[in-house]
Design a protein around this ligand. Structure first.
Ligand code: FES
Length: 583
């Protein structure tokens, strides 16, 4: 029986060059079944056969305030796909909510990367639009897409509107930490805190400081997997919907051009993303994620690359948490294309992106409209990139510090350690005056790394003891194998590798041990004789196994250390994965 709307046989067949042809266009019972089932979905054959099938991977969820608008925005993407002659199909995928998912969405970044890879491979997909932005969702989606290597465009969720409280402009995250410390110090009361709850996050969208979300979406734009300027468009701006529709149109063209991530995510692209992140004064989390993403692209990227590039680029974005402005200011100052013109001399301008022939073409018309937000080279926020890589006997495989967000007096500091064996002990005892903690002590948190956390929770901005907050102390040297929120700040040494849970030197630190941080020399030193450390090492025992089953057990078996990106070993290694049709 023909469709009531009238669909005369024979139906058109997909172009044989399309991957989806394997599902729909071949003769045989499977294609017959797939066409029948697509009618069951409500489509006539001429609506979809012969068109590139575009998967719209959507991380929308009711629980994720950073992505809550993406359900609507997917409609704009699909509109664009239809306009360009494609066939859009939306796939709901895991949402990684930095706010709500515990112990940390970092535990699940690789799960979303696996889901992305396997969905794209196992369904009749010719290209993909990836919708994300809250911290780990950006690297997860791109890791999966890079691995399966089908044409892909990333739609950043966009920053939320600036926060407001009384006469203050608030930055999400950053001002939450700051005012919480003020509350602990007794400077503001419960009423003020209740008012702040109303003003910290005013709209859907990602954190509007240069936190992890803004850093990673800017990195995605610098890599060339978004449309130009996409990463800073506010989530609720009408321009965001227009950008989403444009991504829908563009992905269809990318499928026809057969422009795949492997042509875009090259070593020059990753070097440019590193330079961008450092010149933005971006989140330390980008170090881990870019290393993991590069690994999926077959590009070796190391901590030393970050340190080398950091010495070549100044910090030019005056954005919180280190600076004054927010993402909406950055957007109206010209956004990332304008920003990249200021570091164009260190970029590889002749590489391809999803938007057009080269990065150089995209920057040709870009202009900076506000020299306070995006500083000229002669007036940088900091002379060197915002992240320093440390080495030393306490971090043989490296550690990082966002030194531009620390009090300068602490960048060369020696002090006695106060050791917390885990985060629970830290929370329970940090305000105990009997510990006798002074502003010169070095706070040390163990067992908060990839395995110990698990998932490297963002515990790295260890709280300042309340009695020191009351005396006006706002920064101390703090060390851990954890990560730190991109909206956090302070002299926090992070990502110490190897971590303490696998017996790294951090596990050997005892109360009172002198520790020297020397950021200019890029050194972190435990000032304890080697023979004493050898005795402690021989006596060290690993913490008990945390997961005996389930995803946690898989994670524990497979996760790599921070310096190699915390990917799963079995996902990061090279090798062939058969396509379901072509093998
Ligand atoms: Fe989602 Fe900050 S909590 S981006």
């Amino acid at each position: 029986m023909s469709d009531p709307a009238g669909a005369p046989a024979p139906p058109p067949r997909p172009a044989p060059t399309l991957r989806s042809h394997q599902w729909y266009g071949a003769d045989g019972v499977r294609s017959f079944s797939h066409r029948a089932r697509t009618r069951q979905l409500g489509y006539l054959p001429e609506e979809h056969l012969g068109r590139p099938v575009i998967a719209v991977l959507n991380t929308w969820s009711d629980i994720n305030p950073c992505h809550v608008h993406l359900r609507d925005r997917a409609q704009a993407v699909k509109r664009g796909v239809w306009q360009a002659g494609g066939f859009p199909l939306e796939f709901p995928v895991a949402t990684l909510s930095e706010t709500f998912q515990k112990p940390t969405p970092m535990l699940y970044r690789n799960l979303l990367a696996m889901e992305t890879e396997e969905l794209l491979r196992s369904y009749p997909v010719d290209g993909a639009v990836l919708m994300g932005g809250c911290d780990k969702s950006t690297p997860a989606l791109l890791m999966g897409a890079a691995t399966v290597d089908l044409p892909a465009v990333f739609v950043p969720a966009g920053p939320m509107l600036p926060g407001h409280w009384r006469d203050q402009i608030l930055g999400s995250g950053t001002d939450m930490w700051r005012y919480w410390d003020d509350h602990r110090a007794g400077l503001i009361g419960d009423d003020e805190l209740a008012e702040l709850e109303h003003g910290l996050a005013r709209s859907p969208g990602t954190c509007m400081t240069m936190g992890t979300a803004a850093t990673l979406t800017a990195a995605a734009e610098a890599l060339g997997v978004t449309l130009p300027g996409a990463s800073s468009i506010p989530a609720v701006d009408s321009g965001h919907e227009r950008m989403a529709a444009a991504c829908g149109r563009r992905i269809v063209a990318l499928v026809r051009e057969d422009l795949r991530p492997s042509a875009i995510l090259t070593r020059p692209a990753y070097e440019d993303a590193v330079a961008t992140v450092l010149a933005l004064g971006g989140s330390t989390n980008a170090v881990i994620h870019l290393i993991a993403m590069a690994g999926r692209s077959g590009v070796p990227l190391t901590l030393d690359d970050f340190d080398r590039i950091a010495r070549r680029v100044p910090v030019l974005a005056d954005l919180r948490p280190g600076g004054r402005f927010l993402m909406e200011d950055f957007h109206f100052a010209g956004g990332l294309p304008a920003f990249l013109t200021r570091i164009a001399d260190v970029l590889h301008l002749d590489r391809p992106t999803v938007a057009g022939p080269t990065l150089r073409d995209q920057l040709a018309r870009a202009r900076v409209h506000d020299d306070e937000v995006i500083r000229p080279r002669g007036r940088p926020v900091a002379d060197e990139g915002g992240v320093a890589v440390l080495r030393g006997n306490l971090c043989p495989d490296g550690a990082v510090i966002k030194h531009i967000a620390a009090e300068p007096r602490l960048l060369r500091h020696t002090g006695p350690a106060v050791v917390f064996p885990d985060y629970r002990t830290l929370r329970a005892t940090i305000d105990d005056p009997s510990l006798g903690i002074t502003a010169d002590h070095v706070l040390v948190l163990q067992n908060a790394g990839p395995l110990g956390g698990p998932g490297m929770p963002e515990y790295g901005m260890l709280p300042i003891p309340a009695q020191l907050l009351e005396r006006g102390v706002r920064d101390m040297v703090r060390l851990s194998d954890a990560r730190m929120s991109g909206t956090s700040y302070g002299a926090c040494v992070l990502h110490i590798a190897p971590e303490s849970a696998v017996g790294g030197p951090l596990a050997l630190v005892r109360d009172g041990d002198p520790i020297t941080l020397d950021v200019p020399a890029r050194r972190l030193t435990l000032e304890v004789p080697e023979d004493e450390l050898a005795r402690r090492r021989a006596a060290w025992r690993p913490p008990p196994e945390r997961f005996q089953r389930g995803y946690g057990a898989l994670y524990s078996e497979q996760v790599t250390q921070a310096d190699t990106g915390c990917d799963f070993a079995f996902l990061a290694r090279p090798g062939h994965t058969p396509d379901p049709y072509t093998g």
